[in-house]
Design a protein around this ligand. Structure first.
Ligand code: GCU
Length: 477
């Protein structure tokens, strides 16, 4: 079902011109651990000059890297304690080409090709965040241009202790209330064994729409929409993970931290799609999930989805993949809940003309996991709705993607049919994340085109009709 959606996505001129490859966050204003800002004009500069001809910089100017590979700015920073720190680079890039920088810490290559995409104008300053380990005391953080365009104009570097600020929100966040989840029978339960129905949003592909996943939009999702869960759609092919595993893994680390700060659950979505056989990516998946689970195993809010939409593949092969991957995650994070997509683009085979019995008759041999189901209400009618109802009575299931339109993610909204699904999911306590939290031009993207360039994500003003509808369904509990 989703294949046509992705062909459409890849061909969209709007998408092609809005490819963004790095997480864009502003500096948290409520940071309790006193972040320290280092001005680029005070750093060590090799092949670059200090200038002040573009407004909006902080301090007395910014560094204009020479347009050569190897030009660099090196900051000398102080860390009160050894450990993980976030680095927030404030920059402008008035071109449309990404200007990646390699980051070394005390001479050791640490982040390769951190993306600094165009900001629209040399006077338009944005931030890119990454995380690195620092030693206690003095550290040298060098940022080196990797292309003949040189680096972006560099305003400053802000260094903060990672993971200690701000506190995970007031006591009524979804994670504060429910803690570590576990599968209980066919349902998802909180740490006290009570059934919970999580409701939230899926990002669009983070290789295209990371500009929609930033401080202001995540604040809106947590506080204005009161979502329980953020699904982070990390494609593997289609310009995703396989093109730069380090960068995409670091982006996912960043999104996990952002969800955690806001007390939301985060669904780490291994968004394999083409090819549809998840076994094609097993070795990549092992590398990725081992690092993610190792780093975040002590958090209570992580759910892992190891296969977004298996397609053109038998159920037996999906099951084989799941039975290979689940132990890989559990080796790092033993109490984690894992989600597994089903064949036929996560329809339990219905979109392949089969029935859900292929899964019932050959279940995955594992514990504490859920199968996933996807639907698009204008395409997937009563036979899908009744299948979801039967499935939820038999096995644990979570709807990790749905839309109120057709499976292209576009076209008219069928809110009547969508409401029937919402009612079923409420009745059977089936959790869901809606597609998608972006300003893509299609009707299923909740924000009006252009919203993500700004910082106003609250209320219904920035929303398309599908956004108004789904926000209401998350808020009304
Ligand atoms: C322009 C701009 C500079 C920028 C440079 C570049 O000259 O004014 O601030 O650094 O382009 O492409 O790097």
């Amino acid at each position: 079902m989703a294949r046509s959606r992705w062909i459409a996505a890849v061909l969209s001129p709007a998408l092609i011109t809005t490819v963004i490859t790095a997480a864009v966050f502003t500096i948290p204003q409520t940071a309790s651990a006193a972040p320290v800002t280092y001005q680029s004009e005070s750093a060590t500069i090799s092949q670059g000059v200090v200038e002040s001809n573009h407004t909006g910089f902080t301090g007395s100017g910014f560094v204009n890297f020479d347009n050569v590979t190897g030009s660099y700015v090196e900051y000398t920073v102080n860390a009160a304690a050894a450990g993980r720190h976030s680095l927030v680079f404030r920059y402008a890039n008035g071109t449309t080409a990404n200007r990646p920088l390699d980051i070394t810490v005390n001479g050791t290559p640490t982040v390769s090709g951190l993306g600094f995409p165009g900001t629209g104008a040399w006077t338009n300053w944005q931030s890119v965040t990454t995380q690195v380990n620092l030693v206690a005391g003095t550290n040298r953080i060098r940022t080196t241009a990797t292309t003949a365009n040189g680096g972006p104009n560099a305003d400053s570097l802000t260094v903060d202790v990672a993971g200690t600020e701000p506190p995970p929100g007031p006591g009524d966040t979804p994670v504060a209330k429910n803690g570590q989840l576990k599968v209980c029978g066919t349902k998802l339960c909180n740490e006290r064994g009570q059934v919970v129905q999580l409701r939230g949003m899926s990002t669009h592909g983070i290789q295209w729409y990371s500009q929609c996943v930033k401080t202001a939009s995540l604040d809106a999702l947590a506080n204005d929409w009161k979502a329980d869960i953020l699904r982070v759609a990390m494609y593997i092919q289609e310009g995703g993970y396989e093109t730069n595993p380090r960068r995409f893994t670091d982006m996912m680390h960043g999104y996990i931290e952002e969800a955690t700060k806001r007390g939301m659950y985060v669904l780490v979505d291994w968004h394999q799609l083409t090819p549809g056989d998840p076994n094609y990516n097993t070795s990549r998946a092992k590398t990725f999930f081992t690092e993610i689970a190792q780093r975040h195993k002590d958090k209570k809010n992580i759910i892992y989805d190891i296969a977004n939409e298996p397609n053109n593949v038998s159920w037996a092969n999906v099951k084989r993949y799941a039975e290979e991957m689940i132990p890989v995650i559990r080796a790092q994070d033993p109490d984690s809940v894992v989600f597994v997509g089903t064949h036929g683009w996560s329809t339990f085979g219905i979109s392949d003309g089969q029935s859900e019995t292929s899964v019932f008759n050959n279940p995955i041999n594992a514990t504490n996991f859920m199968y996933t189901f996807h639907f698009y209400a204008a395409s997937h009618r009563d036979n899908y709705l009744s299948a979801l109802s039967r499935i939820a009575d038999r096995v644990p299931v979570f709807v990790t993607e749905f839309g109120t339109q057709t499976s292209s993610g576009d076209g008219g909204n069928d809110f009547a049919m969508s409401q029937r699904y919402i009612d079923l999911m409420a009745q059977k306590q089936i959790g869901w994340t809606n597609w998608n939290f972006s300003d893509d031009s299609r009707s299923g993207a909740v924000f009006k085109s252009g919203t993500c360039a700004g910082s106003n994500f609250t209320g219904t003003g920035p929303l398309k009709p599908a956004g108004v509808w789904v926000r209401e369904r998350i808020l009304n509990r």
